[in-house]
Design a protein around this ligand. Structure first.
Ligand code: GDP
Length: 458
């Protein structure tokens, strides 16, 4: 439990109907008691938990009335943070709310840091770390699909699944450690077989959720779609056509785009972050070379790569090399400038070597642009399953990937007949990664990173 009491305005800045000033901590009720005069002479400190009352907010030094407000008292542990919480609903002017808050500071509260209410809820065991992250996802959700998944994570559905896996790992450990601890009583063959079956099942379940992770991440932060290709093939023109506005500079001079340009948009309800990049070519020019490096790394990190090909030129060796290197990714070959009627890109070769992941477009006539958006949309919605609950942050996916890898290692060592202590180590590593996911074991640095993304008052 924290000693100090924190305060912040929990509603957005600006004028509105009401503003909520929130206090949390051991002294929140006493502080409110000193600055609120309830009607009929009642005292805030006598208010039952989860009750509200009308009162005047008064300056403790002058006795002057600052505002009339509704006071809500929620005593710990049954509150958002797990501590005593008082919410003061005052009129929604910026100055009024600030005066109410500064009065609470004069009486002993201190300004809350970003996300500190939710951080306390986590540290006091009210919510798990994945649920805390879901709070932010719910607040920032911009599409129905994002909100639906964030809501499920907030209710603890994802955390419950992870805990079920954790239990499974503990059971597998018990099966393997039984023969180590009591070698004379237990048949190691049978126990091994059972542990193997269990680990196999857990691994498959994790792999299934991991295969859908790109959708979860995309819904949380927007699908990153990166346009790459040789200089002058038509990337910036396509970038503009996909955004329906002139955002990037288009010229017939190769090497115009130097840095990565990013814009947010939405395709059929899918939140998209579109990236335009420098043309891929060897160059001695320092700034352009930096741009090319950035283009490569943007493509590496993106959820979807659009490799742009100019229909007025034949496929070149480097096109094959790039397409080959991204074959296991969500990569679409986009043949542009089709309005010029040259048709020099051999689609039969693309079909043969890369399957049907290509599309023809024209940034000038707009032909094929909607088709391309639908292809990207389809790639992600095909991962969706209304039953599956998805991870919502790269951190969660990283923990899950480490757990999955450790389970696979455990299975490998079991199959290869290694000694049980090696297998046990792998299972412990998997359990550790899952505990990091839900926050049972987590570093201060990770916590700081997560909560710094929150706004003050949340
Ligand atoms: P980037 O260097 O790959 O970004 O290519 P740009 O978008 O700057 O385009 C290079 C040249 O091709 C410009 O002169 C564009 O006007 C032209 N261009 C790009 N896309 C199309 C298209 O779909 N049709 C036609 N006719 N010209 C295009």
């Amino acid at each position: 439990m924290y000693e100090d009491t924190i305060g912040a305005i929990a509603t957005p800045m600006g004028t509105g109907g009401i503003a909520i000033c929130r206090l949390s901590g051991e002294e929140s009720v006493q502080i409110a008691d000193k600055m609120v005069k309830l009607k009929k002479g009642k005292k805030v400190r006598h208010m039952p938990s989860w009750s509200m009352a009308l009162g005047d907010i008064v300056d403790p030094d002058t006795g002057g009335v600052i505002d009339e407000a509704i006071i809500l008292v929620m005593r710990g542990p049954r509150s958002y943070t797990g501590e005593d919480v008082v919410e003061i609903q005052c009129h929604g002017g910026t100055l009024v709310a600030q005066k109410v808050l500064s009065t609470s500071f004069r009486l002993g509260a201190r300004p809350a840091e970003p996300g500190e209410f939710t951080k306390r809820a986590f540290l006091n065991g009210r919510i798990t770390l994945d649920e805390a992250e879901a709070v932010l996802d719910v607040v920032t959700s911009a599409s129905e699909a994002s909100l639906y998944q964030a809501g499920r994570r907030l209710k603890g559905e994802f955390g419950a699944l992870v805990e079920k896996w954790e239990d499974g790992l503990v059971n597998a450990l018990a099966l393997l450690q039984g023969p180590i601890d009591f070698p004379e009583n237990i048949d190691p063959e049978g126990e091994h077989e059972e542990a193997r079956r269990l680990l196999d099942k857990l691994g498959k379940e994790m792999a299934d959720i991991l295969s859908r992770a790109p959708l979860g991440l995309a819904l949380s932060g927007g699908v990153e779609v990166c346009l790459v290709g040789r200089p002058n093939v038509g990337k910036s023109s396509l970038f503009n056509a996909l955004l329906s506005r002139d955002r990037a500079i288009v010229t017939d001079i190769p090497g115009t785009t130097r840095d990565v340009i990013s814009e947010k948009t939405e395709w059929y309800g899918l939140p998209v972050v579109l990236l335009d990049t420098a043309g891929l070519r060897p160059t001695q020019e320092v700034v352009e070379a930096m741009g090319v490096e950035r283009a490569k790394s943007a493509a590496q990190q993106a959820n979807v790569i659009l490799y742009i090909l100019d229909d007025t030129e034949q496929l070149q060796d480097e096109d094959f090399q790039w397409l080959q290197s991204w074959q296991d990714r969500f990569c679409i070959a986009v043949i542009t400038k089709t309005d010029l009627g040259a048709h020099l890109v051999d689609v039969d070769i693309l079909d043969e070597r890369f399957g049907d992941k290509w599309v023809k477009v024209s940034s000038v006539t707009g032909e094929g642009i909607e088709n391309l958006k639908q292809m990207v949309h389809g790639m992600f919605t095909s991962l969706s399953d209304t039953e599956a609950v998805l991870p919502g942050s790269a951190r969660q996916v990283d923990c899950l990937e480490r757990a999955y890898q450790a389970v696979k290692d455990a299975l490998y060592y079991l199959d290869e007949g290694w000694t049980d202590d090696v297998v046990v180590l792998c299972i412990e590593e998997a359990a550790q990664a899952l505990m990091e996911l839900t926050g049972k074991k987590v570093s201060q640095e990770t916590l700081d990173r997560i909560f710094s993304k929150f706004c003050v008052g949340k």
